[in-house]
Design a protein around this ligand. Structure first.
Ligand code: GLU
Length: 280
């Protein structure tokens, strides 16, 4: 039987709150329950929003919670050539295109009669010649990619076997205007490169897995087992977020709260501060 390898992969763009702690505990405990490995990856491709102080905060928070990780911490900012290589491969397959649309362009096209609603990219640049000197992102030609990959499924420990439906996600960005990759591309490549066997993460990322499963097929990568756990909710029934006042773990740490006891409470469903666990 293969060794269970999970990971916690925060973006160091702010301080972690209890929702992050919950997710890290889930990933850590899933690995440890099977004598497996728990990895830590810092998702810092967003050079404008990532901060070294937040990386230090993540490490301190995990130690405070009593979660130890295996091996070196991996930083996405040090893996950019791998993302560029994968993008070039998809380009050689004719599956990506340059897009110069701004957010405003996309909003205007989506609200036009016959526009694509639901926040999906309307495909404006898909078949037009774009001057490569202009600032551009790279998008996946989703229909072409799906036609090439065929029907796909993934295994989810909580949801069962799931049929991937990446078409519903539209032509997603694989490399941003301001970064040589995107969340979707880098996370898919890194989970494979780090030998992650079980991706344990919040249910808010369930939709992203449709895309990740497709990228795995296109790039000949193994498909891990997934486990999309329910989210921790605040007293208002909404998912925790810094901007809606969820306390930062650093504040609890600095106030002298016992992190290991806090983690045990989260595990046992003894939820502090009026938190609740979402149904799915
Ligand atoms: N970096 C992502 C976040 O902080 C999580 C990535 C993942 O678990 O796939 O939301």
């Amino acid at each position: 039987m293969r060794v269970v390898v999970t990971r916690f992969a925060p973006s160091p763009t702010g301080r972690l709150h209890a929702g992050h702690a919950f997710s890290a505990i889930m990933a850590h405990d899933r690995a440890r329950a099977d004598g497996g490995r728990f990895l830590l990856r810092i998702e810092d491709i967003d050079g404008t929003r990532s901060r070294a102080e937040h990386v230090d905060g993540v490490l301190a928070d995990l130690r405070w919670l009593g979660l130890d990780w295996d091996g070196e911490v991996v930083f996405q900012s040090q893996r950019l050539p791998h993302y560029a290589e994968a993008l070039a491969r998809l380009a050689a397959m004719g599956l990506v295109y340059r897009c110069i649309c701004t957010r405003a362009d996309i909003a205007a096209a989506a609200s036009a009669p016959h526009g694509v609603g639901g926040g999906l990219y309307p495909g404006t640049c898909r078949h037009r010649a774009v001057d490569p000197a202009l600032p551009h992102c790279w998008r996946l030609d989703m229909s072409a990619a799906v036609a090439q990959a065929g029907g796909l499924t993934w295994t989810d420990e909580l949801a069962g076997d799931v049929a991937a439906d990446p078409l519903a996600q539209g032509d997603v960005v694989l490399a941003r205007k301001d970064a040589p990759s995107s969340y979707h591309l880098s996370v898919t490549l890194d989970d494979a490169a780090q030998g992650v066997s079980h991706v344990v993460r919040g249910i808010d990322l369930f939709a992203a897995t449709h895309i990740h499963r497709l990228l795995q097929a296109l790039l000949d990568l193994p498909s891990p087992v997934y486990r999309h756990h329910p989210l921790l909710l605040g007293p208002d029934g909404e998912r925790l977020a810094k901007r809606t006042g969820a306390p930062a773990l650093a504040d609890l740490r600095e106030a002298g709260v016992d992190g290991r006891a806090f983690a045990m409470d989260l595990r046992a469903g003894r939820l502090p501060l009026g938190f609740a666990v979402g149904s799915d």
